[in-house]
Design a protein around this ligand. Structure first.
Ligand code: AP5
Length: 216
């Protein structure tokens, strides 16, 4: 059973790799960012409270995201493992996860330079209906501006504006990066080079998990 954490700066490819590993292992990929965006779209009380944080590149308060994850991990599809994408992002979140009795198998840290991140975020496009993610250059949709999966319009995420990306990177270095030491001390951290093609990165990530594949 794999209980995995995809770790890394914004735009490192955590979501992209989480979806690939999810298919490979048949376990759910759980993205706190996606859950928060869905709540904002639906204007739920949590979404309304989270909006100003995400749009300015800050972290949503710990108690909110801890609550979301606690509830999500009790769902049936998590019984055989799961992949957390974007959680934990602070030491209190990591401590809360441990206190839920969750045993983490590995934390995969995708290392990508700040320059490559800005490049990835500026080209990212997201499906307005199903959240599928594309990149104008590295992972384009078949028809420009339309989702391959459902045909809906592709949009630019509000927090992918240049000034917000810079703020998200600062937040990452200040509040999230210290978790590398936290998980390294627990012997759970595996560092993976996150640059190169999506396929190259998948191969490295799967190898880090002890899986050697020729076609991913
Ligand atoms: P969240 O949605 O988690 O954003 P993030 O961590 O900033 O990560 P991203 O989704 O931007 O990037 P990613 O690493 O998943 O990369 P992706 O695969 O998409 O969080 C958003 C906000 O919600 C936060 O800022 C915060 O406010 C709040 N939040 C969420 N979780 C929270 C928590 N735990 N605590 C508090 N607040 C929280 O790839 C990026 C782009 O690059 C795509 O276009 C993709 O196609 C492309 N790409 C991917 N891999 C490659 C590659 N190898 N080569 C070229 N292009 C690539």
């Amino acid at each position: 059973m794999y209980n995995l954490i995809m770790f890394g700066p914004p735009g490192a490819g955590k979501g992209t790799q989480a979806k690939i590993i999810s298919k490979q292992f048949g376990i759910p990929a759980i993205s706190t960012g996606e859950m928060i965006r869905a709540a904002i779209k639906a204007s739920t009380p949590m979404g309304l409270a989270a909006k100003s944080y995400t749009e300015s590149g800050s972290l949503v308060p710990d108690e909110v995201v801890i609550g979301i994850i606690k509830e999500r991990l009790t769902e049936d599809d998590c019984k055989n493992g799961f992949i957390l994408d974007g959680f934990p992002r602070t030491i209190p979140q990591a401590e809360a996860l441990a206190s839920m009795g969750v045993e983490i198998t590995k934390v995969i840290s995708f290392e990508v330079s700040d320059k490559a991140i800005v490049d990835r975020m500026s080209g990212r496009r997201l499906c307005s209906a199903c959240s599928a993610s594309y990149h104008t250059v590295y992972a384009p949709s078949a028809e420009e501006g339309k989702c391959d999966a459902c045909g809906s319009e592709l949009i630019i995420r509000k927090d992918d504006r240049k000034d917000v990306v810079e703020s998200r990177l600062l937040t990452y270095h200040r509040e999230t990066e210290p978790l590398k030491e936290f998980y390294s001390k627990l012997n759970l951290l595996v560092v993976v080079d996150g640059e190169g093609t999506v396929e190259d990165v998948s191969k490295r990530a799967l190898e880090a998990l002890g899986v050697v594949l020729h076609n991913v």
